[in-house]
Design a protein around this ligand. Structure first.
Ligand code: 5CA
Length: 445
């Protein structure tokens, strides 16, 4: 993408109403625009990151054996009357009447609708286990929408629902979600710690939230800091292997890590003092096992292998897709701007032409741009007629992890400069070597 032809409305000034750094940078980098409290347009740069995050979420869900579908944003109220949640949900639910005076709502979550789909099409244990998920916009009329996409009213969520024959099978689905989430967050450059939590309006006793540690997080967290060193890494997971999946979950949930809702001062006190930490975290996901809470009242029943009709065991599992942009920026930035992890960056690399109009510099930039494209990498090429300082400031603000700087002086020695946004370190090399290096960094992503 050539910056001269892109739509990147960066702001020079800090927006006055943005209280936390991720919100400030998302506005300044021209990623989002607020249209109403907690409701945003996704401008091209923000949209690219959102799509990238969605893609990683999809890939890891499919890897775990979960099946994508798409349910609508608007739902009939009658489904929610069946589960009893129409009245329970309160003012967070946006209620709408259509022209025939039928009660509708903008879905805050989809347990009822997915249960309806299931009961209409599945009747035998032979069709289980089944996990269906979608990535769809939700609406919750939050009392205090704030911090940009972090607590929106309209927000993008991945929500998945498992249907299993018994508790044991459903707990395997729960564990499978936990492991697939760990991998999902790691691919985004995040450390998200599973913490014992409270289930709120979704219900059930088994629930974990995934928290990214950040001072600006809304949740108070209590943990043994050795939990932050745990990594899933590139180990092979067989998602059908109950034992292996359960082992991984055990590894990640044995050390103390809880939100304030489930905090236990006595258990916390057992942690050696040097490892005992109180902090704040951003909740980027939550998983639930709630047994037959929805399947019983809604009649999601299958015939088991003994010929008996039994309600299925269910759980639901959510990832805050749009919130993740904020969480990643909170975890990865400096005073100049965002520092995108390679996994989610809107463009893999930026090209800065220090002297637009200089024939050698222009030709070298064009050559780099095309060579990168041939390797499957779309660079953001700053081909505007601007001062070098302004170009660097824009690149630093929007946070591409790598920058290739091209100027007449370097070119006279046959070199360009490759700079890491994270370390600030630069290295001179031939344009071909720079392309190779960047291609290597992104290999397999
Ligand atoms: N049905 C379940 C799981 S699918 C559910 O709705 N879970 S949830 O309420 O925990 O939401 C899932 C995730 O969505 C949260 O962990 C959080 O990351 C994200 N989320 C929730 N509310 C908001 C909001 N107002 N703005 C942005 N993201 C949100």
């Amino acid at each position: 993408m050539r910056l001269s032809r892109y739509f990147l409305p960066v702001l020079k000034e800090n927006p006055a109403d943005a209280q936390i750094v991720s919100h400030r940078y998302m506005l300044r980098a021209g990623m989002i625009r607020q249209q109403a409290a907690g409701i945003y347009s996704w401008l091209p740069l923000g949209f690219r990151v959102l799509k990238r995050i969605e893609e990683i979420v999809h890939q890891e869900q499919v890897r775990a054996g979960h099946i994508p579908l798409l349910m609508p944003t608007l739902q009939p109220a009658d489904l929610w009357r069946e589960s009893g949640r129409y009245d329970d949900y309160g003012q967070e639910m946006l209620r709408i009447k259509d022209r025939h005076e039928r009660d509708m709502l903008y879905g805050p979550t989809n347990e009822e609708m997915i249960t309806d789909i299931f009961r209409s099409h599945v009747s035998s244990y032979k069709d289980l286990p089944l996990t269906l998920y979608h990535i769809q916009w939700k609406f919750r009329d939050e009392l205090r929408p704030r911090f940009g996409v972090m607590r929106g009213r309209e927000f993008l969520m991945k929500d998945g629902y498992n249907f299993d024959i018994d508790k044991e099978a459903a707990l395997h689905a729960y564990n499978r979600h936990m492991v697939s989430y760990l991998r999902t967050y790691e691919r985004m450059g995040l450390t998200a710690i599973p913490m014992r939590a409270a289930s709120g309006p979704i219900g059930g006793d088994n629930t974990h939230e995934f928290l990214v540690l950040a001072n600006t997080g809304e949740s108070e967290v209590f943990y043994d800091d050795r939990v932050t060193a745990l990594k899933l890494g590139s180990r092979e997971i067989d998602y059908d292997d109950r034992g292996q999946v359960a082992e991984v979950c055990k590894e990640f949930t044995t050390l103390y890590a809880r939100t304030d809702e489930t905090h236990d001062e006595a258990a916390f006190g057992q942690i050696p003092e040097a490892h005992r930490k109180v902090g704040r975290g951003i909740e980027v996901g939550q998983i639930f096992y709630f047994s037959t809470k929805y399947s019983e009242p809604m009649g999601a029943v299958v015939v088991n292998d003994k010929g008996e009709r039994v309600p299925v065991h269910m759980g639901s599992h959510g990832i805050g897709v749009s919130r993740l942009l904020g969480a990643i920026i909170e975890a990865s930035h400096d005073d100049k701007g965002i520092i995108w992890p390679e996994g989610v960056t809107p463009f893999p690399v930026g090209i800065v032409n220090l002297k637009q109009g200089d024939s050698a510099a222009d030709a070298a930039c064009e050559g780099l741009y095309k060579a990168l494209k041939a390797r499957g990498l779309e660079a953001l090429y700053d081909d505007r007629d601007e001062r070098a300082g302004a170009k660097f400031a824009t690149m630093d603000l929007i946070g591409l992890p790598w920058r290739i700087t091209v100027g007449p002086r370097g070119l006279s020695n046959g070199v360009v400069e490759l700079t890491s946004r994270r370390t600030g370190e630069s290295e001179e090399m031939s344009p071909e070597a720079a392309v190779d290096r960047v291609a290597q960094i992104y290999e397999g992503r």
